[in-house]
Design a protein around this ligand. Structure first.
Ligand code: ATP
Ligand code: MG
Length: 418
């Protein structure tokens, strides 16, 4: 009976399956990340039977927190609560019915995946046999209208027949997809307090990158005015997606004062961005990052015309990734809501930039005119000023909470259960 059978979260991944040569590495990382995400919850084991991942739950494991945490693990294409079942169709139908009977439905489908090719029945035969039994049960319970519908069923029962294991699940949930964080290398994201850069960071994490952050703020942090607490909160909110975050807080007001004093006003924003990129790149190289990330979206503001983007880009040697370049603001806000940064990014603050905003920013700049515009500045000294003033904050996701680590205490990578 179902009560005696083990429960698991059955996880499917997509793209990892394509990485023929180093699938072991990718699957290992996914298991590692699942273990980190579920730390503190009663999980017995994480196994990898025949192309799926199963997270075996302890008897007392609460489902909601488990599902909530799995939902944030990149690499998970879809997942479902699954029950182990006997191998015979009758036993499978019994297990499935125990899961389905909880709420009424009018249409359903049974889908079988038969990884064990020695199983004596073909998938279609199992589907028919189990479907027939379930239909009888469902009609008894919910009325004669209950029917099989293979195109748009209200509920779908999935049966996975493996060599040593049969798992039955209903109602698959969508995972975030992507690749496991930590499989692609590191990048440095220029994190402002707005919506865009936090979402851009999330998209890089989704493809497997570990994202470090640099935030430029006015000094000293002024309560209720500074962008620093907002950026800190954003880094904190992004941490459950990648387990550990490093945030450099770089003072920028003095650098802006130099630019305001010594460069033509229309170039100010471009020159701020160029200085930010240079400083972030220095920090990035020190941390072995392979690229920079910004939340730029084409034509969103004056500094994001193609002309100005290339003028800013011109000072960087590392590639600058802009995952949101083709996104509308609405799409970005929608993403921010889903990933959990919307409320934080909505907070108002008086950034360092508005204090020094020019009336008529240049729209179509060129790299060489920008270089000319900053010719009265000691660029190298300003970079050094920014780098030297940057302080490091670290965040670590542990047992479902994000904790701030002391500056000297290295965030450890979570332990993987075998
Ligand atoms: P966001 O783009 O994150 O919503 P924003 O709209 O205030 O913030 P933009 O003017 O669009 O910022 O700046 C473009 C990009 O430059 C940002 O997405 C971010 O990557 C970077 N950036 C801007 N301001 C800062 C800052 N104070 N610290 C770090 N990066 C910044
Ligand atoms: Mg923006």
């Amino acid at each position: 009976m179902i009560e005696a059978m083990r429960r698991a979260i059955l996880i499917h991944y997509h793209e990892i399956a394509l990485k023929a040569g180093n699938r072991g590495f990718f699957v290992g990382k996914l298991k590692h990340n699942l273990a980190a995400a579920l730390e503190g919850l009663p999980v017995d084991r994480i196994t990898h039977p025949e192309g799926r991942i199963t997270v075996w739950l302890g008897d007392d494991a609460p489902l909601e927190p488990v599902l909530d945490r799995v939902r944030r693990v990149f690499g998970v294409a879809n997942f479902a609560v699954a029950h182990e079942s006997g191998r015979e169709p009758a036993a499978i139908a019994e297990t499935a019915w125990a899961m389905l009977r909880e709420r009424p439905f009018a249409t359903f489908a049974v889908r079988v995946k038969r990884a064990d090719k020695t199983y004596p029945m073909m998938s279609l035969e199992v589907e028919r046999a189990v479907g027939g039994m379930l239909k009888v049960r469902a009609q008894e319970a919910f009325g004669p209208q209950v029917a099989v519908n293979l195109d748009a069923p209200e509920r779908t029962c999935s049966i996975e027949i493996m060599r040593d294991l049969v798992l039955v699940s209903v109602d698959k949930l969508a995972g975030p997809g992507g690749m496991s964080v930590g499989t692609a290398g590191r990048v440095m994201c220029l994190l402002s307090g707005g919506f865009d850069s936090a979402v851009a960071a999330w998209f890089m994490m989704k493809r497997g990158a570990k994202v470090l952050f640099t935030h430029f703020h006015a000094t000293p942090e002024r309560a209720g005015q500074s962008s620093a607490p907002v950026a800190r909160e954003l880094a904190r909110r992004l941490t459950p997606w990648q387990f550990n975050s490093f945030l450099w807080m770089a003072p920028f007001e003095e650098i802006q004062r130099h630019i305001v004093a010594k460069a033509p006003a229309p170039f100010r924003i471009i020159l701020y961005r160029r200085m930010m990129l240079r400083i972030a790149e220095r920090l990035a190289r020190r941390e072995n990052c392979l690229g920079l990330v910004t939340g730029d979206s084409l034509a969103q503001v004056a500094s994001q015309t193609l002309h100005n983007l290339q003028t800013v880009n011109d000072v960087a040697r590392l590639p600058v990734y802009r995952p949101l370049i083709g996104f509308d603001k609405e799409e970005i806000m929608h993403r921010a809501r889903l990933l959990g940064t919307y409320a934080t990014s909505s907070q108002k603050f008086e950034d360092c930039c508005p204090l020094f905003m020019p009336k008529n920013p240049i729209i179509h700049s060129q790299a060489d005119t920008a270089t000319q515009a900053e010719s009265a500045l000691d660029v190298e000294a300003l970079i050094k000023l920014g780098v030297a003033g940057a302080t490091l904050e670290r965040f670590h996701y542990k047992t479902g909470e994000v904790v701030e680590c002391g500056a000297t205490e290295a965030p450890r990578d979570p332990v993987v259960s075998p």
